[in-house]
Design a protein around this ligand. Structure first.
Ligand SMILES: Nc1nc2c(ncn2[C@@H]2O[C@H](COP(=O)(O)OP(=O)(O)O)[C@@H](O)[C@H]2O)c(=O)[nH]1
Ligand SMILES: [Mg+2]
Length: 419
């Protein structure tokens, strides 16, 4: 309990940081004015959910840019709204591909680089460099002088970029079949990585990092390192939007996503109890906004790929019957309803009163005493539901990899993307 209280304080600090109107928010807290706090936090919540993120995907022709744009959005090449992929470079103009569930997160499929008369400044004028939050530079071969120039131009404009060497699955398969007796996957990967780094250094880039990927098995190889770097470099609002939208392809991704959502439990609970509270049917001592909480729980299902659409797609891709995947779920198997939220609140209310007593002893949070029990109940319900969603997402991925054990990878990673 004590650690939960401590956690909520930490989250609160983060939220004070996040809110644009920090001083007014602090004053509202200190005055114990819950409706005022909730109104301010509501706009923070809204901007968190709608923050715009534009990611430019550039690099060599045929390197896998479009395949990446699909895989990172949890889509296959033939799904609706997927980018065109193929042996011939398809992209002539920058093409935006919004995430199907989080449309304010947009991946831009940019034209490939491969002509002899390449000029990075011209290229960026054409694709409008300022539009993007950061860039991914993908190549399936060596990093050429043109790609290095592209990276240097991005640096000159003070933006981040990440170098990706794609199709490492091809290198590994070739090496395994050509040199079976001395084959070592790690050695092949290190050789590719070292070669890429050296070439970029030779072109004037300092301390370059290169991430090795297969777009066909996105969660494998260096994806978690790439994700870690991108997340670290983003400012807090955009970081949350990015994490929530990531496909559930590995345990580290699930954990990072859960941590970001956990930080906002406190924010959601405050708004739900303060902005539009109504007594909960069957639980009159608790007043909150059931509609908002229903949306929050649906949000968890969507972000962790537990909604009907995502599970049906996963079943189709893995050849697993949907009912077998559904069987492993502890949380809701269908759309969340207000009746379900009321039931979950009832379950959470059991030990919430002890928790609300603890809250009273925490400076600042104690000022929310007016809604102590409601807040504690809603907070507990959200935390429990989030934990269940994370554990369900892990079970689903394990289940999805059961039929073909070779798809299960070490370190808790899975090769099959879950939207
Ligand atoms: N083996 C393998 N093939 C890939 C990978 N990424 C893309 N491809 C294939 O490479 C071809 C070109 O991919 P595409 O995404 O259209 O490249 P783009 O021109 O950079 O957009 C397609 O046939 C893809 O299926 C990968 O990581 N591994
Ligand atoms: Mg393309």
């Amino acid at each position: 309990m004590a650690s939960e209280v401590f956690q909520s304080c930490l989250s609160q600090c983060k939220i004070l940081e996040l809110s644009k109107d920090t001083r007014a928010l602090k004053e509202a807290f200190e005055a114990g004015d819950l409706p005022a706090v909730a109104a301010k936090l509501q706009s923070t919540l809204h901007s968190l959910e709608n923050v715009r993120l534009d990611i430019g995907v550039t690099g060599g022709m045929g390197s896998g840019k479009s395949t990446f744009v699909n895989a990172i959005r949890g889509l296959g090449d033939e799904d609706t709204n997927s980018a065109c992929t193929g042996v011939v470079e398809m992209t002539v103009d920058p093409t935006p591909y919004p995430h199907p569930k989080y449309p304010s997160v947009v991946f831009w499929d940019l034209p490939g680089i491969g002509t002899s008369a390449f000029r990075a400044d011209k290229y960026f004028r054409r694709v409008q460099l300022f539009r993007y939050d950061f860039f991914l530079i993908i190549t399936s071969e060596s990093f050429t002088a043109d790609l290095a120039e592209l990276a240097l131009e991005i640096l000159r404009h003070g933006k981040h970029f990440y170098c990706i060497r794609s199709k490492v699955d091809v290198d590994i398969t070739a090496s395994r079949s050509r040199r079976p007796s001395s084959f070592s996957e790690e050695r092949v990967l290190n050789q590719i990585r070292d070669d890429c780094v050296q070439r970029l250094e030779a072109q004037g880039l300092r301390d370059p990092k290169v991430f090795l990927l297969s777009m066909f098995e996105l969660g494998k190889y260096d994806f978690h390192l790439l994700e870690e770097s991108m997340v670290r470099d983003l400012e807090s609002h955009k970081r949350h939007a990015f994490l929530v939208a990531l496909p559930n392809i590995s345990k580290p991704t699930l954990e990072r996503k859960a941590a970001s959502l956990r930080q906002h439990t406190w924010l959601v609970a405050t708004v739900a109890c303060g902005a539009n509270p109504r007594p909960v049917p069957g639980l009159p001592e608790v007043a909150c906004d059931l509609h908002m909480l229903t949306r929050a729980l649906e949000g968890y299902r969507h972000s962790f790929g537990l909604d009907g659409g995502s599970l049906a797609r996963l079943a189709e891709r893995t050849g697993q019957p949907l009912h077998e995947i559904l069987q492993v779920l502890q949380g809701p198997k269908t759309k969340v309803t207000e009746a379900l939220v009321a039931e979950l609140l009832g379950q959470a209310s059991g030990d919430a009163s002890a928790f609300s007593q603890k809250l009273l002893n925490v400076p600042v949070l104690g000022s929310l005493a007016s809604c102590g029990l409601s807040f504690a109940t809603v907070y507990r319900m959200l935390r429990t539901s989030l934990d269940v969603a994370v554990s369900d997402a892990q079970s689903v991925l394990v289940q999805a990899s059961l039929d073909s054990p070779d798809r299960k990878l070490p370190d808790g990673q899975w090769s099959q993307p879950g939207a």
